[in-house]
Ligand binder design. Structure first.
Ligand SMILES: Nc1nc2c(ncn2[C@@H]2O[C@H](COP(=O)(O)OP(=O)(O)OP(=O)(O)O)[C@@H](O)[C@H]2O)c(=O)[nH]1
Ligand SMILES: [Mg+2]
Length: 440
């Protein structure tokens, strides 16, 4: 119903609007405002939308009715129209009445940052699940803003003659339709979730997992591709990945080690989207290790780190073990910065996804991280127990073997949950067993 209203025409040329205002945390300084506006520009680039000028106003307070004052908006509209701008994109979340007022003052289409992010998500969704999640998020976004969208509808349909009461009725009707659509979609999502839970159960106790998390465009998919030697979409676009992808890091270890690629984060990620993507991020919530990827070449990398930690906190997973990987080292032209980062984050890795040595080193580190968590056992298994030998070889990580007259000595690594299923307890050598010499 709202598709034609909500979707932004790719032919639109956008003017970007923001403000510096001490009352808005994200816009309290020129630096913060410009940083965020630059990101909005990147979001629009991802959507393939042509950008016109950027307008920033310094204000002590936000105008409750129209964010910026009427005069300033008229001035912006006049200059925007001159350069062929048809869409004003605000880097500040707008309410229904603000959208309506600004549209009225400027005579241009008006959207905000959240709307743009939702639009990108809608474009990039591939699986049924993410499509449903995004539709829910979009409807939740639209619901309180119907009045803002409605003026647009009204105008398009020659709405100058539409009476106020008629408009209210239309909005109420739309509201009801949207609410029941959300309810329907939520039910649909539950069915998909069920199969996801079943899949997760199947994986449980059969694999160990590490999830790649971090700001959008940090290089998570690029790292995943190279660490697992596979091919996942990596693009210089924000939110290229929306669905979690699972890949085996190393098929030769037991249990298999799996990497999970996840949706990227961004400053001011709309809460409807965090909610919507909780199921997608659940795989990260249950991972044994988080690999936090951060683009070191981005001047705002510290803010990206902060946003990532904020989202992890929101997901209640900030307590998990975290390995920080600073990526895109090849783009860092200041070696001093690398040194400083290494000092401030001593246990982190500085890598370039494009450098095979870095990838090899990181891959070994992750594999060792998991192996070192496993318990070590020394065993002696007589030859007649053929199936035990094959279990040991196929389900544990054999570190040393020593063939003897009547059997084999093994030093193995295996996690608890697998050890208990193998029936090999009786073959474990006690710590004071003199035969341990055979494994030295
Ligand atoms: N120069 C350089 N570019 C990199 C490196 N790693 C990734 N990139 C590029 O950065 C862009 C984003 O990479 P992705 O792997 O798609 O990033 P992502 O973190 O998965 O992004 P989302 O899926 O949007 O969250 C792509 O154009 C990559 O080619 C690197 O180490 N060096
Ligand atoms: Mg990705």
């Amino acid at each position: 119903m709202f598709d034609s209203e909500f979707h932004i025409s790719p032919e639109a040329k956008a003017g970007l609007i923001s403000m510096v205002c001490p009352n808005l945390a994200e816009h309290e300084t020129t630096f913060k405002t410009e940083r965020s506006l630059h990101e909005l520009d990147e979001l629009l680039r991802t959507l393939g939308i042509e950008r016109g000028s950027k307008y920033i106003q310094n204000r002590k307070n936000v105008d409750a009715g129209s964010i910026l004052g009427k005069g300033k908006l008229e001035e912006i509209a006049a200059s925007a129209k001159k350069e062929g701008v048809s869409l004003l994109v605000f880097d500040i979340e707008l309410t229904a009445s603000q959208i309506r007022n600004i549209k009225k003052i400027t005579g241009l289409s008006v959207v905000d940052r959240v709307h743009i992010i939702l639009e990108i998500f809608a474009h990039h969704a591939q699986t049924n699940e993410s499509k449903v999640q995004i539709e829910i998020a979009r409807l939740q976004y639209v619901l309180p803003r119907l009045a803002g969208f409605w003026t647009h509808l009204g105008r398009q349909r020659g709405g100058i003659g539409v009476k106020g009461g008629e408009g209210e009725q239309q909005i109420e009707l739309d509201r009801r339709i949207i609410r029941s659509r959300i309810e329907f979609l939520r039910k649909e999502l539950k069915t998909v979730e069920k199969s996801r839970v079943e899949q997760r159960k199947k994986r449980q106790n059969k694999a160990v997992t590490a999830a790649l998390v971090g700001y959008t465009n940090a290089g998570k998919s690029s790292l995943m591709n190279r660490l697992c030697r596979v091919d996942i979409l990596e693009e210089n676009k924000l939110f290229a990945t929306l669905d979690s992808t699972f890949r085996t890091l190393n098929p030769d270890t037991h249990p298999p080690m799996i990497l999970i690629d996840t949706v990227g984060f961004i400053s001011n990620l709309p809460s409807t989207l965090i909610d919507g993507f909780k199921t997608t991020l659940e795989s990260a919530m249950e991972a044994d290790l988080l690999i936090l990827v951060c683009d070191i070449s981005d001047l705002n990398f510290e803010n990206h780190l902060k946003v990532t930690y904020d989202v992890l906190r929101e997901l209640k997973i900030e307590e998990k073990e975290i390995l920080i990987v600073f990526n895109k080292l090849d783009l860092l032209d200041d070696p001093l910065r690398a040194k400083i980062i290494k000092r401030t984050h001593p246990n982190s890795f500085l890598v370039s996804s494009f450098n095979p040595h870095d990838i090899d080193f990181l891959r070994k580190h992750i594999i060792n991280y998991f192996l070192e968590k496993q318990d070590i056992y020394d065993l002696y298994v007589p030859y007649e127990h053929g199936h035990i030998h094959s279990s040991i070889i196929s389900k544990t990580n054999v570190m040393t073997t020593n063939n003897h007259e009547a059997g084999i000595y093994y030093k193995i690594r295996v996690p608890d949950f697998i050890f208990s299923t193998l029936g090999i307890k009786e073959f474990v050598l006690a710590p004071d067993d003199p035969r341990l010499d055979k494994l030295k």
